[in-house]
Every structure is written in structure tokens, then in C-alpha cells.
Write a new protein. Structure first.
Length: 292
């Protein structure tokens, strides 16, 4: 009788065990899906960043107020170079170019107010102010202005080995940095009014101050001690960085006379025909002569 009673409740026991197993499996599945969702959210948050955008059209020369700008969250791939990531970085500054509504506020489009007369206040975050001495030709004919962007080119002697195996110095021109901000020309800082105030004094100054990273600052000081520096003026809307090869006598001739170099390479690569020789024996002495 006891066995029959146990058999009567066996399906209920089996059902309870199966239900318990199902609950455990469902909980494990839910935990797994929750962990996957957390990973996806964390990964998406890593790709997001906060930038400052304009809430309204901001004309050039306007003092930026807190009501004019706001913060927006977007993917890092959509963030423009030099975009401000904090409202504090732009509030109270003056726009040096028009900023459209919804546009990201770029740090190279704003500057400190005229009342702040310190050059240090105009150095972008993460950059250093480096002053180099150049002549009028090097500074684009003396027409360089604060706020312009230039490419910095260095002319330095490079040790090379000549055909005789001796080491000599060969002058080479190489691109150093591209899209570099000019903070000051002489003692005129980068702001809206000072550029218009006294253009003659800036044109005659041989001292140009750049905004460079610490490593770039070290390199430009080294190049200035070893050779010369030339500046190439960029368009205000051109921020593209291009691959530029160093210039030397070899690259110059290859550029202006490519056909001559191709012919020379073909001639150098042609197989040299072996000269015909004849062996002459005089007793035990052997002599080899080349036939013309």
C-alpha cells in the first residue's frame, strides 16, 4: 500500500524537480543576457563623448554667453578636431569666426577677450607657446597674422655617404608640422581687435609664436639650432593633413626630370656583357688579355 501511495505522488515529484530545473536554467539565461546587455552598454558608452554646440547663430566678434551654447552627446567618430568638450572652455571668450546653430564649437574659432593681456591665456590646452625667429621671407613675406594656421618646414643638413665612402652633409627640406596655430606675431597676441589695430608692427616683426605640443616644441627648437625654418600659409578652411616627402637634390631631379631618371635606372639595371679574353702561355707563364 505504501509503494502504491508513493507511485501516486511520483508524477508530482518529477514535475516539481523539472520546474526547479527550469527556474534555474531561466535564471542563468537571464543573468547571461543581462551581462551581455551591460557589455554592449559599456562599449557604446566608451564610443560616446560630450561636445559643445551652438544653440543659436553666433557671429564673429561676439562674446559667447552660457545661454548661447549647450552640450551634446555623440559618437567619437562624429567629433570634429579641436571641438570643445566643456562649456567652461568657451563661455566668456570671443568668436573669431561665425558659428552656425547646431555646429560644434571649435577651440580655434574662439579666443580670450581683449582685456586678458596674457599670452598664456591664449595657449590651447595641451599645447605650449614656442617663439622662433624668422625673416620676412620665412614668415610668408611678412604678411603672417595672429590666428593664421601654417605648415612648418625645416631645412637641415643631413649626413650622407657619398660615392667615395666619405660622410658629407647634404641639405634637405622636410615637413615638420602641419596646421600649426600662430598665437602671436611679435608682441601682437591672437585676438580680434589687435589684428586690426596695428598691422604694420606685426608685419615687420621677425618673432613668430606657435602653439605646439611639448614634443613638437622640442623638435622645432632643435631644428632651429641646426638649420632654418620656413612657414607655409594655409587656407582658414583647410584642416587636412597630407603626406609630404622630404625634398633633396635627388627628389628634385626625380620630380622635374623623371624621364632622365627612368632611363638611368634602365641603364643601371641592364646586364653587363662579359668581356672576351684570350690566354697566352709563354713557357710556364700565363697571361690573360682582354679582346677589344
Amino acid at each position: 500500500m505504501q509503494i502504491q501511495g508513493a507511485k501516486k505522488y511520483l508524477p508530482l515529484i518529477i514535475g516539481g524537480i523539472c520546474g526547479l530545473i527550469a527556474v534555474v536554467l531561466i535564471n542563468n539565461y537571464i543573468k547571461q543576457q543581462t551581462e551581455e546587455a551591460k557589455k554592449i552598454v559599456a562599449q557604446s558608452q566608451k564610443n560616446l563623448t560630450t561636445v559643445v554646440v551652438a544653440k543659436q547663430d553666433i557671429p564673429a566678434g561676439a562674446t559667447i554667453k552660457e545661454s548661447m551654447v549647450g552640450e551634446a552627446t555623440l559618437n567619437k567618430n562624429m567629433m570634429q578636431p579641436r571641438a570643445a568638450i566643456s562649456i567652461d572652455r568657451v563661455v566668456g571668450k570671443i568668436s573669431i569666426a561665425p558659428i552656425a546653430k547646431g555646429e560644434q564649437v571649435l577651440l580655434n574659432k574662439v579666443t580670450v577677450s581683449e582685456e586678458s593681456g596674457s599670452l598664456a591665456m591664449k595657449v590651447p590646452s595641451g599645447k605650449r607657446a614656442v617663439t622662433v625667429s624668422v625673416d620676412n621671407i620665412s614668415s610668408v613675406g611678412g604678411m603672417l597674422r595672429p590666428g593664421d594656421h601654417v605648415d612648418v618646414v625645416g631645412m637641415v643638413p643631413i649626413p650622407v655617404t657619398n660615392a667615395e665612402g666619405k660622410q658629407v652633409n647634404q641639405l634637405a627640406t622636410m615637413p615638420l608640422f602641419q596646421d600649426v596655430l600662430v598665437l602671436a606675431v611679435g608682441q601682437e597676441f591672437m585676438n580680434v581687435s589687435s589684428v586690426k589695430k596695428d598691422e604694420k608692427s606685426t608685419a615687420a616683426s621677425p618673432l613668430i609664436t606657435f602653439a605646439l605640443s611639448p614634443q613638437e616644441a622640442n623638435l622645432i627648437v632643435f631644428v632651429q639650432e641646426q638649420g632654418k625654418i620656413r612657414l607655409v600659409l594655409r587656407s582658414p578652411g583647410d584642416t587636412q593633413l597630407q603626406q609630404v616627402a622630404p625634398a633633396s637634390w635627388d627628389t628634385l631631379f626625380r620630380t622635374v626630370m623623371p624621364q632622365a631618371f627612368q632611363q638611368q635606372e634602365k641603364t643601371a639595371g641592364a646586364p653587363v656583357k662579359p668581356k672576351k679574353t684570350v690566354e697566352i702561355y709563354r713557357g710556364l707563364n700565363k697571361e690573360v688579355k682582354t679582346l677589344e
